[in-house]
Ligand binder design. Structure first.
Ligand code: ADP
Ligand code: MG
Length: 262
């Protein structure tokens, strides 16, 4: 079996400034990877680059998904191929319920020529959609009334995370990339993300959880932990690396690897 997601020597620039300076990482199905690192180290840049955000220019290296380079594909194609990025639709959409939104998200990833076949089967008919949504919400122990709420309108941080995790459950991606950005993540939200990942991660899905919160890893048990510093992954290890970071912070990483001359 080839690798599901393979990042090879990736260099990424934003507004002509090089942010990622050669990042290599392999995430297979069935593996949970945590990418950690201090603020500004380039974690979100990696997430955006993986999903094909136009502002993030790939100046070197490559991204392979299921053995093929995705550099020439747009975010929609990457999503249809089975990549999922949690902050794809962080906006609030007045008048659109969580359920409506999920249906749109599912329909959007069915190529027209495939309607009625493959992934399309489960996203086309409303009864099937409802059934799947009910199953996923039960699996995630979510209150059924949540599906009728308007998306992100007045949502707490935890509720936004709930919508995100439910979207991930419905789309059944092969690789999920969750960027736990710096703001608005209280303990409740962290737990929702962690429970979602713990419940959904299995042999069919690989997960890359990006965070600078060591405490998220009190709830998620990653198989691999990586530390990013100044646009490079400078340490990789198992769960013990996260414990080490929790005890000692990032200072030892900086001392060992320098601050990248910044
Ligand atoms: P992290 O997610 O690890 O906190 P980011 O990837 O957000 O780090 O940022 C890494 C560096 O790239 C920072 O120095 C940040 O200022 C810069 N950067 C990221 N996105 C942009 C952008 N859209 N425009 C300009 N600079 C950016
Ligand atoms: Mg970030």
């Amino acid at each position: 079996m080839g690798s599901e997601l393979e990042i090879k020597g990736l260099h990424v620039s934003v507004e002509d400034q090089e942010i990622l300076k050669g990042v290599s990482l392999v995430v297979n199905r069935g593996e949970v990877h945590a990418l950690m690192g201090p603020n500004g180290s380039g974690k979100s840049t990696l997430a955006y680059a993986l999903m094909g955000h136009p502002n993030y220019e790939i100046t070197g290296g490559d991204i392979f998904f299921k053995g093929e380079s995705v550099l020439d594909t747009d975010p929609d194609e990457r999503s249809r191929a089975g990549m999922f990025l949690a902050f794809q639709y962080p906006v609030s959409i007045p008048g659109v319920s969580v359920a409506n939104f999920l249906r749109m998200a599912m329909n959007a990833r069915v190529p027209e020529e495939e309607n009625g076949g493959g992934r399309g089967k489960k996203s086309i008919s409303i009864p099937k959609f409802r059934k799947l949504m009910k199953e996923k919400m039960a699996l995630l122990e979510m209150d059924p009334s949540f599906a009728g709420r308007y998306l992100n309108e007045g949502f707490s941080g935890g509720e936004k995370k709930r919508a995100e995790i439910l979207q991930m459950a419905m789309l059944e991606p092969e690789i999920a990339i969750l960027d736990e950005t710096d703001s608005g993540l209280d303990i409740d939200a962290l737990r929702i993300v962690a429970n979602g990942v713990n419940t959904l991660a299995g042999p069919e899905m690989g997960v890359l959880v990006i965070t600078h919160y060591q405490r998220l890893l009190n709830y998620i048990k990653p198989d691999y932990v990586h530390v990013m510093l100044s646009g490079r992954i400078v340490e990789s290890g198992g769960p013990e690396l996260a414990l080490h970071l929790e005890e000692r912070g990032y200072d030892w990483v900086r001392e060992k690897h320098g601050n990248g001359g910044e």
